[in-house]
Design a binder for this molecule. Structure first.
Ligand SMILES: Nc1ncnc2c1ncn2[C@@H]1O[C@H](COP(=O)(O)OP(=O)(O)OP(=O)(O)O)[C@@H](O)[C@H]1O
Ligand SMILES: [Mg+2]
Length: 112
């Protein structure tokens, strides 16, 4: 299993959700965040405001993903998130040790 974090443009969230759902992948946690990337040479536009060095509003998606689904999830999020302009976001993933569904006590692969 992997724990995956994607930091994306807020207005792309619904496209990402629909894309993942169409792939049969469900379960995610969303947080509204702010951040900055490598924008020394690029300004980033959000809702008509141009950001050069200030924190830009983003959505952070967190998901527990089965090994076999990782590539597909990364592709789906990338496809749905991409505009081609600076600020499209990033995806990070690292190994996840355990998962438990509290209701049934199922664990790991059965719990996600
Ligand atoms: N190294 C990082 N560590 C943690 N969060 C990051 C990192 N880089 C980017 N982020 C987060 O992702 C958001 C989007 O980053 P962004 O897409 O602007 O990256 P970038 O490297 O500047 O790429 P681009 O040149 O396409 O804009 C940032 O606002 C920040 O919240
Ligand atoms: Mg950037």
């Amino acid at each position: 299993m992997y724990w995956l974090t994607a930091i994306v443009r807020p207005f792309k969230l619904n496209d990402i959700y629909e894309q993942l759902l169409s792939e049969g992948i469900g379960g995610m946690t969303i947080t509204e965040v702010k951040g900055f990337g490598n924008q020394k040479s690029h300004a980033e536009v959000y809702r008509g405001n141009t950001y050069t060095s200030r924190f830009v509003p983003k959505v952070k998606i967190e998901m527990a993903v089965k090994d076999d689904d990782l590539d597909r999830v990364i592709q789906s999020i990338s496809l749905a998130s991409k505009t081609g302009s600076p600020g499209d976001g990033k995806i990070f993933a690292w190994r996840l040790e355990h998962a438990i569904r509290i209701r049934t006590a199922e664990s790991d692969g059965l719990a996600i």
